[in-house]
Write a protein that binds this ligand. Structure first.
Ligand code: MG
Length: 158
């Protein structure tokens, strides 16, 4: 099993951001070297964590120019390639997003569908939950978005 977490600063006066491979339209964006998909970053780190294979910062340093504006789906693929090469498959994933606004209720099913395809697992093995920061801390003040991810890997022959 593996755990991953990530947090990005929010920037005003942008027209949205990517989350779990899905575009979220709103009046702000995410500060990042890559495309800033906090969910895919946490998920990729959880996959790598389950393999004791480092983190996405090791694989894709944010000091490397070629990683600028990188599609985070590539980070996920890189982690998945390692999982599959080692003879494992993803059993289930459980994700908790932390964002003060906008409300993500309508987007959660869309994100689950995208993740189900990316991970090649049934949608009922993909959990996406969303919490606010209750007006407290950086999330609660609308300054940041965060995500925590837990994954279970199973041997491919199980
Ligand atoms: Mg990140």
């Amino acid at each position: 099993m593996g755990l991953g977490s990530d947090l990005h600063r929010l920037l005003p006066d942008r027209d949205g951001f990517r989350l779990g491979g899905v575009w979220v339209s709103c009046g702000f964006g995410v500060a990042a070297h890559s495309d800033g998909d906090v969910l895919l970053h946490a998920l990729a780190d959880a996959l790598l964590g389950a393999m004791a294979a480092g983190d996405i910062g090791d694989l894709f340093p944010d000091t490397a120019p070629e990683n600028a504006n990188q599609d985070s789906v590539e980070f996920l693929h890189a982690a998945l390639d390692r999982v599959w090469a080692a003879g494992y498959r993803v059993g289930n994933v459980d994700l908790t997003l932390r964002l003060q606004r906008p409300k993500l209720a309508a987007l959660k099913i869309e994100i689950r569908e995208v993740l189900s395809k990316l991970l090649s697992i049934p949608i009922d093995c993909v959990s996406v939950k969303a919490k606010t920061g209750e007006g407290l801390d950086a999330v609660g003040r609308g300054e940041a978005i965060a995500c925590e991810a837990a994954v279970l890997l199973l041997p491919c022959d199980a």
